[in-house]
Design a protein around this ligand. Sequence first.
Ligand SMILES: C[S@@+](CC[C@H](N)C(=O)[O-])C[C@H]1O[C@@H](n2cnc3c(N)ncnc32)[C@H](O)[C@@H]1O
Length: 260
Amino acid sequence: MSNNAFPIFLSHPDQVGDQINQLIKKGALLLATNALNLDDTPCYLDYKMGALNLHLQTEAESFQLSLNFIEGKSQHRRLYGGGKGQPLAKACGLSKHPEWTVLDATAGLGKDAFVLASLGAEMMLCEQNPVLYALLSDALLRASANEETALIVKRMQTVHVNAIDYLKTLNDIPSARPDVIYLDPMYPARKKSAKIKKEMQILQYLVGHSDENVELLDMALQTAKHRVVVKRPKTAAMLNQTPPSFTVSSVNTRYDVYSL
Ligand SMILES: C[S@@+](CC[C@H](N)C(=O)[O-])C[C@H]1O[C@@H](n2cnc3c(N)ncnc32)[C@H](O)[C@@H]1O
């Protein structure tokens, strides 16, 4: 994706919440209130049927995405996902330490953070990409108006920032350091692109692959009070060649846990 501001088409700017309006003010999203020639725009955001939607047209396919913490997979995982016994929660130590705070430095679509918050964790979510941050903010706002999810998303604070910069600011305030820092950096692109899930294709288009992952892990290790947890594909190498204290595995995923 180019570095140009990403177009957002709103018939009424007050349709969206404060955080999205801040992105527009900062110039990270480009507001188009008049008719935009959408045919010539391979990707844009708009607000329809009460939700922010991403439209993306690649050479091969067209995608639409909006996030939803109230229904669908997030609801299913909240109700039947295995509670604090599921690998993600075990890796973050939630069953033994329910009071631990968790900073998700790579929030993305917010799915993992929502699971942890639904199990009671107080969360801070960092996301650097303005489009993903906008989709996330919109889904959280909708979830805050639903009686089943309102208390969960109240535990999810968000910040549009590069997490490396954010962690540097926390280092100066010891009382603000989180107990756990969770990292789910982008995986390297797989060759068989047709088999990559829709959401991963969108993430790869919007974010691509980062070369800052080792620096992010180093900064996390200096900042967390108790643990850093790194999500990896099951057979992938460790992020920084340093063996973790232990790992927790699920079917396709491995969580490398660094105890501090
Ligand atoms: C694989 S996705 C995370 C998916 C997420 N765990 C979920 O459950 O939806 C990785 C995300 O991390 C973000 N990211 C990567 N490096 C970052 C950094 N240094 N600061 C903030 N966000 C970062 C990317 O923009 C991307 O949205």
